[in-house]
Design a protein around this ligand. Structure first.
Ligand code: AG3
Length: 286
């Protein structure tokens, strides 16, 4: 008998993955967590039925959420990571010797526990002495922080369920306040393609740009996310991610990466016309 995992990417489209077996299923206070093993994509885990990472393509997401801001400002020392319970984002951050402190705020301890067990290649950076792992609501955590961080990375779930607060104007305003005067905010920004997702990404962009003088999106190909076309948001107080990139400086660090390079960095900010229109439109009422 064949076993298949399916996730709807829109009402009429789904992605199905043949699985060898289900390795884990549990319910935390916040969400359902499932871990599967598959021949094609390796192990993968879902939250409330949505794929978060697969062993095969997680490097794309984590390279792009981390190395784009780190290459834009090589002087980043204090970082706040919100969400990111699988550890992949912190794994990439700890490769930078220049980083002094990483506060990682994940609402769901069970996600970290499960990932430590099934995805040790992702969680391996969490025990770095510079990492301060806190199990709290990111929205609450950030509310009293002022002028503290050089970089905030929001590696959240979709804005439905526990991730909802991390897409609100209140949260983005607090991010602005918590960042130093040349701070950068990067967030996972949903997909522009299917309507259900593109509405969420339009709304996120509209809210972020009310606070940040520089607010862009960049794109990335993630085969296991809806449509495979995903966006990250890059918002900042001073740095322009393309003009201020010092490619030679980042390349001199000698970090080996499987997806990111400084050409991809620049190219990722080249956005298709239909996405530009979605981002520029004023007539989305949220
Ligand atoms: N963070 C979740 C990205 C959003 C996925 N959404 C979806 N599949 N509908 C990924 C965690 C990686 N650290």
């Amino acid at each position: 008998m064949e076993l298949w995992f399916s996730e709807f990417h829109s009402k009429g489209v789904k992605l199905s993955i043949r699985i060898d077996k289900q390795l884990y299923s549990g319910k935390s206070d916040f969400q359902r967590i499932d871990v599967y093993d598959s021949e094609e994509l390796g192990k993968f885990f879902t939250l409330d039925g949505y794929i978060m990472i697969t062993e095969k393509d997680e490097f794309i997401y984590h390279d792009m959420i981390v190395h784009v801001p780190m290459a834009t400002n090589p002087n980043i020392e204090n970082v706040l990571v919100i969400g990111a319970g699988d550890g992949g984002t912190v794994r990439e951050l700890v490769r930078y010797k220049s980083i002094k402190k990483i506060d990682m705020v994940e609402i769901d301890r069970m996600v970290v526990d499960v990932c430590r067990e099934y995805f040790p290649d992702s969680t391996c950076g969490l025990d770095d002495p510079r990492v301060n792992l806190l199990f709290e609501d990111g929205l609450k955590f950030i509310s009293d922080k002022v002028n503290e961080y050089d970089l905030i990375i929001v590696d959240s779930t979709d804005p439905i369920g526990p991730g909802e607060g991390l897409f609100t104007s209140e949260f983005y305003g607090n991010c602005f306040k918590s960042l130093k005067r040349d701070g950068i905010l990067v967030n996972q920004h949903e997909s522009p393609f299917y309507d259900e997702y593109s509405r969420l990404m339009q709304r996120a962009h509209k809210r972020i740009r009310e606070f940040f003088p520089i607010s862009k999106v960049y794109q990335v190909h993630i085969p296991t996310y809806a449509s495979g076309h995903w966006l990250f948001g890059f918002a900042s107080k001073t740095y322009d991610p393309v003009k201020d990139l010092d490619a030679d400086k980042w390349n001199a660090l000698g970090l080996a990466t499987r997806y990111y390079n400084t050409d991809i960095h620049k190219g990722a900010f080249a956005i298709p016309n239909y996405v530009k229109e979605l981002l520029d439109t004023e007539d989305c009422h949220f």
